[in-house]
Design a protein around this ligand. Structure first.
Ligand code: ADP
Ligand code: MG
Length: 253
């Protein structure tokens, strides 16, 4: 069974059809690429999956066997669907560690009264979460920067931190919107290696939007291609790269 399935997913903004009748399946434990020219609807697709936008009537989205069409964003996140944003959203003034702790928070099972009775059990839970988050920071190579404000990280490190924060929510499916944007080629390689390690370590399924062809070719089992909001091709990276419809879409811009 697919982990994620959209059927006839559509979204228009006024007269503009940003997503047009897209049916797509993402198989569990795979890396699925989503590519297409600028403005083809990739970010909108993610916004629909995560409940940021409501799809048009007739659309259907199923995640992990649950109908998530028109469900609120927090409900969808609770089901295990997490994302990073094309533009980074970090808490610059908070420490690196606190930034991933924010990601983890929905899973901590504190009583609302916990702050008033900060007893041994709560302190024990705190320590466990902290250890786990430090382990995650080790994985993404930021452990030694755990205590500095996120704003002091380099651009590449901030991208890693955003990834870490998304993973801290323990997602089943992780949506990555242009994780390599603005990175040097070496950092792109590091980032992709990190993503693959994290996928194995945390048993993730990943949908990645990426412009950098090498990233898509090296990491994705399946690639779907959008153009003007429609799915125009799908298959192995090798297949879509040579699909005339895809070549046409990219040349036509
Ligand atoms: P991509 O991520 O593939 O570059 P987007 O999903 O960001 O493309 O945008 C697809 C189209 O939808 C674009 O024409 C964009 O201008 C439009 N669009 C996206 N979000 C909105 C919005 N909130 N309001 C109006 N138009 C939007
Ligand atoms: Mg985009």
């Amino acid at each position: 069974m697919a982990l994620l399935e959209t059927r006839n997913l559509s979204k228009s903004f006024g007269g503009l059809q940003a997503i047009n009748d897209v049916s797509l399946k993402v198989e569990p434990n795979t890396v699925h690429g989503l590519i297409g020219p600028n403005g083809s609807g990739k970010s909108t697709f993610f916004n629909l999956l995560t409940g940021v936008y409501q799809p048009d009537a007739g659309s259907y989205i199923e995640f992990n066997g649950i109908d998530i069409t028109n469900k609120p964003a927090h409900y969808i996140a609770e089901q295990g669907l997490s994302r990073t944003f094309q533009l980074l959203r970090l808490y610059g003034e908070l420490s690196v560690l606190d930034n991933v702790m924010v990601g983890y928070h929905p899973h901590t099972k504190y009583s609302p009264l916990a702050p008033f009775f900060k007893g041994a059990e709560v302190r024990r839970q705190d320590a466990i979460v902290r250890d786990e988050m430090m382990e995650l920071l080790e994985f993404i190579g930021l452990a030694e920067h755990a205590e500095i404000p996120a704003a002091e990280l380099s651009g590449g490190q901030r991208r890693l931190l955003a990834l870490g924060r998304a993973i801290a929510t323990r997602p089943k499916l992780l949506l990555l919107d242009e994780p390599g944007a603005g990175l040097s080629p070496v950092n792109v390689d590091n980032l992709m290696a990190t993503i693959m390690t994290l996928k194995e370590r945390y048993n993730l399924t990943i949908v990645v939007v990426e412009h950098i062809l090498k990233v898509v070719m090296n990491t994705c089992e399946t690639v779907s291609v959008l153009d003007h909001g429609q799915k125009i091709s799908e298959g192995t990276p090798e297949f879509v790269k040579n699909d005339p419809a895809v070549v046409e879409a990219y040349l036509g811009r």
